[in-house]
Design a protein around this ligand. Structure first.
Ligand code: ZN
Ligand code: ZN
Length: 132
């Protein structure tokens, strides 16, 4: 059965619709995600072919590394997307989805870079760097 999910930024200038299965949520505690969000990045993945964007012209793409870009709403600043060059899928912030999402956390990555003001208190796998 096809899974459909919708989501948006805080102000609604960017909306998206996904089809197909969403990956478990990865919590990325790297310094880039920490600084962009103020905490950590919690994102699922969807194939680009299963992602429909509305208001794509309202997304600002920030090249955060030589291989990847981060997309956020240029009006309200909501962090929305992380996109690795050359891959056929996009990461989408789990919190941008309308509820119920059916999503669940799966793993923590880049724990070596996490903020020093919180602990990770669940039993999920933790990786110091990437889990790839
Ligand atoms: Zn917005
Ligand atoms: Zn990160």
């Amino acid at each position: 059965m096809a899974q459909e999910h919708t989501g948006s930024c805080n102000c609604g200038a960017v909306r998206f619709r996904t089809r197909g299965t969403l990956r478990e949520v990865i919590a990325c505690h790297c310094s880039q995600c920490r600084k962009q969000t103020g905490l950590y990045y919690a994102a699922t993945n969807v194939l680009d072919s299963e992602l429909n964007l509305e208001g794509a012209e309202n997304i600002t793409w920030y090249r955060s590394s030589p291989q990847a870009r981060r997309g956020f709403c240029k009006t309200c600043g909501s962090a929305l997307f992380w996109k690795m060059d050359g891959l056929d899928y996009s990461s989408i912030m789990a919190g941008a989805f309308d509820t119920p999402t059916g999503l669940a956390f799966g793993v923590h990555i880049f724990c070596a870079d996490k903020g020093d003001f919180y602990e990770i208190n669940d039993d999920l796998p933790q990786f110091a760097q990437s889990n790839a």
